[in-house]
Design a protein around this ligand. Structure first.
Ligand code: GLN
Length: 294
């Protein structure tokens, strides 16, 4: 694809291309692409419509536009995704953070904003670290709020560490390579997780941008999609303090099965929250009984 040379004309051409690719917000995304490649803010772009961009910048934008037309999400092209107002680095080893997951953040903040000193958060399957780091940043007023992020992928953890540095949170977070809560002892006030929850047989039918670009490790929830929850729910008995909370992202059709599973795992104080589209999205489990007596 060939782009014109001046800023305004490039912006119009990119917008058309994005519209053709079926993206929801073409004008906004065109501005974003220009800001990434030309290093110009939106205000600068508007102020200089006749500015001629450097040939290498135009070339890069042409390649980006081709990638968009071939179905590649902008987040995968530029390696970052906005989540709760912050730009998180992502990689091929991390899930691309979804707006749906902000529901889990929203509920966590409602539960803990204004809590007293000391908050110990565990994020299982942290990926880019977007949930844990957002909570730590937003709950900064809580003295001694800190967290642990666990992931099976060392590469994902490297991205999470980079994000912790990006948001000046590195001194309040530790990242651990492991399988869910296996290598941890308890004492957490809050356990959060967006585990893989897509059933095996659904995966081939997922949208291409998910199937092709999100790591299978972050999606595949086994034969019924519930494999990770089965393991984690049993671990909550020692991971959570008495009175502690666990908040899980869940698939829209998994609420009933997970309410049952949490009951079978010994937790009877469980509720489901809906996302902004009105679909079940978060399961909240409270550990009410002391250790060893679920
Ligand atoms: N919500 C993601 C999707 O629909 C799935 C993420 C996950 O399995 N945790 O693709």
């Amino acid at each position: 694809m060939k782009l014109p040379q001046t800023l305004k004309a490039i912006s119009v051409a990119l917008e058309q291309c994005l519209r053709r690719a079926g993206v929801d917000t073409p004008a906004q995304d065109a501005r974003y692409m220009i800001s990434k490649r030309a290093g110009l803010t939106w205000a600068q772009s508007i102020a200089s419509p006749d500015l001629v961009l450097a040939a290498d910048v135009i070339k890069a934008l042409e390649q980006d536009a081709e990638a968009v037309l071939a179905g590649k999400p902008l987040s995968r092209i530029y390696g970052e995704r906005a989540f709760w107002g912050r730009d998180f680095a992502i990689s091929e080893h991390t899930l691309d953070p979804r707006a749906d997951t902000e529901t889990l953040v929203d509920i966590s903040l409602k539960r803990f904003s204004g809590a007293g000193a000391g908050l110990n958060i565990l994020d299982l399957g942290t990926g880019s670290g977007c949930i844990l780091l957002t909570l730590l940043a937003e709950l900064a007023e809580i003295e001694k709020a800190h967290g642990v992020g666990v992931d099976l992928s060392q590469s994902a953890l490297q991205t999470a560490r980079d994000n912790a540095i990006r948001f000046a949170l590195a001194d309040r977070v530790a990242f651990v390579c492991g399988h869910w809560g296996d290598s941890l002892s308890g004492g957490f006030d809050l356990v959060v997780s967006n585990p893989p929850y897509i059933a095996n047989q659904i995966i081939p039918g997922l949208a291409e941008k998910v199937r092709k670009y999100d790591p299978i490790l972050a999606l595949n929830g086994g034969d019924d999609g519930l494999k990770a929850y089965r393991i984690i729910f049993l671990q909550l008995a020692y991971l959570l303090k008495t009175g502690g909370l666990a908040l899980f992202e869940i698939g829209y059709d998994q609420a009933e099965a997970l309410m049952r599973l949490s009951g079978e795992s010994g937790f009877h104080n469980t509720r489901v929250h809906l996302d902004s589209g009105g679909l079940p999205r978060v399961l909240e489990i409270t550990r009410t009984e002391p250790s060893g007596d679920k």
